[in-house]
Design a protein around this ligand. Structure first.
Ligand code: PLP
Length: 393
């Protein structure tokens, strides 16, 4: 079937919830994807930060297929060796205490919110359940995580939204102080250390430290949503390591499974016994195949040399883009291989032009081009992609 026919066939049966680009991607290797006509695309997206080790990575395929041949799924009524091994790895890398496994970023954040509210309920009783998050944040598409998302454009159509969410502005310490002084109903502060979807906006060191202090002084739980920034994306296994501030709850998904659906939330000692049997669950949570893929990802990306390379490649990309001296660019920001380019133009238009020339990029808002390439992208793949971008810019 040619690609136009395939797209029409697809659209006849699949709901039109995504503004898809007219490309049918069917195979690939590393950071190169191919469409149905065999045209190649350099991948600066990794499926929105998911394919940490690129397409069809040999070791990852071995890990996943050997688990597939053992058992694909057992229920959470029984113990699984794979989820235990992955949990041990995540706990030792994060210095957190316990993990819960689910399937996605939104589910991880939902669980984190439940955990925070249960902790507060157990200790203080009803009425202290508000979650403060940041304007311009993005935490997912379920009703609760949309309620926690600080972008009015998402607070539409699906009323009623969940109660118990308020917002403050990124990097405005005074506003947060005032909010906490004036209200005694807050149980947690939820934030992305670097906001991804709204444009690669970085929390300042001072702000994140002030947030930690305010939270500690008031027994407000600090939740870091590292669904996008986690799993070595920024050159550290977890982005909070850049700031020297650790959360009470950490949420992960996207890059964790290297392409298989898995999400997780982790907590520190304070919360390790808060969720007891029957208070939370997920049928697919801790699926052995997803865990096998995730173990391979974590073993690879937690290596010091690998992490240094993520940082170096990120710097290489940013420096090369700076050297284009393109008038259209007003700022380049980000850490490691999470890069945002603020442009004086419409980012989607540039993404379309890039596709025509064989490069896949992401956008973040109307005027930011975003890169989340596979973490093991090679310099020659980077150069191929940047040559395409240079011509377009
Ligand atoms: N949190 C952050 C920071 C994200 O970037 C995303 C997705 O983009 C989510 C949560 C939601 O993740 P998912 O789409 O896996 O539910």
């Amino acid at each position: 079937m040619d690609s136009n026919k395939f797209m029409a066939f697809h659209d006849e049966y699949v709901m039109g919830t995504y503004g898809r680009y007219p490309v049918v991607l069917t195979e690939g290797k590393g950071s190169v994807l191919k469409d149905t006509d065999g045209k190649e695309y350099i991948d600066f997206t990794s499926g929105i930060g998911v394919n940490s080790l690129g397409i069809a990575n040999d070791s990852w395929i071995d890990a996943v297929t050997s688990q597939l041949k053992r058992v694909q799924h057992i229920s959470n009524y029984y113990y699984s060796d794979m989820s235990a091994k992955l949990a041990e790895k995540l706990v030792s890398l994060s210095k957190m205490k316990k993990v819960f496994f689910g399937n996605s970023g939104a589910e991880a954040n939902e669980g984190a919110i439940k955990l925070a509210r249960k902790y507060s309920f157990d200790k203080y009783g009803k009425g202290r359940s508000v979650i403060i998050s940041l304007s311009k944040s993005f935490h997912g598409r379920t009703l609760t995580t949309l309620s926690a998302t600080g972008q009015p454009i998402f607070h539409n159509y699906f009323f009623p939204f969940m109660e118990g969410f308020r917002f403050v502005d990124l990097n405005d310490t005074e506003q947060l102080k005032k909010e906490v002084e004036e209200n005694k109903d807050i149980c947690a502060f939820l934030c992305e250390p670097i906001q991804g979807e709204s444009g690669v906006n970085i929390m300042s060191d001072e702000y994140i430290k002030a947030v930690k202090d305010i939270c500690s002084e008031n027994d407000i739980l600090l939740i870091f949503d590292e669904v996008q920034t986690g799993i070595a994306r920024t050159g550290k296994v977890f982005a909070y390591e850049h700031f020297g501030v650790s959360p009470d709850i950490l949420t992960l998904a996207k890059g964790l499974g290297g392409g298989l659906p898995i999400g997780a939330f982790l907590c520190n000692e304070k919360l390790e016994n808060t969720l007891s049997a029957g208070t939370h669950g997920s049928t697919f949570g801790g699926n052995p195949v997803s865990c096998a893929g995730a173990i391979e990802v974590m073993n690879t990306v937690s290596d010091g040399k690998f992490l240094d390379e993520v940082t170096q490649k990120g710097e290489y990309i940013k420096n090369k883009i700076k050297s284009f001296n393109a008038d259209i660019i007003s700022e380049i920001r980000g850490r490691g291989l999470m890069i945002g380019i603020q442009i004086k133009g419409v980012s989607k238009e540039y993404a379309k032009k890039c596709i025509d020339d064989g490069l896949l990029i992401l956008t973040a808002g109307d005027d930011v081009i975003r890169f989340l390439p596979p973490l093991n992208i090679t310099y020659s793949e980077i150069d191929r992609g940047l040559d395409i971008l240079k011509n377009i810019l």
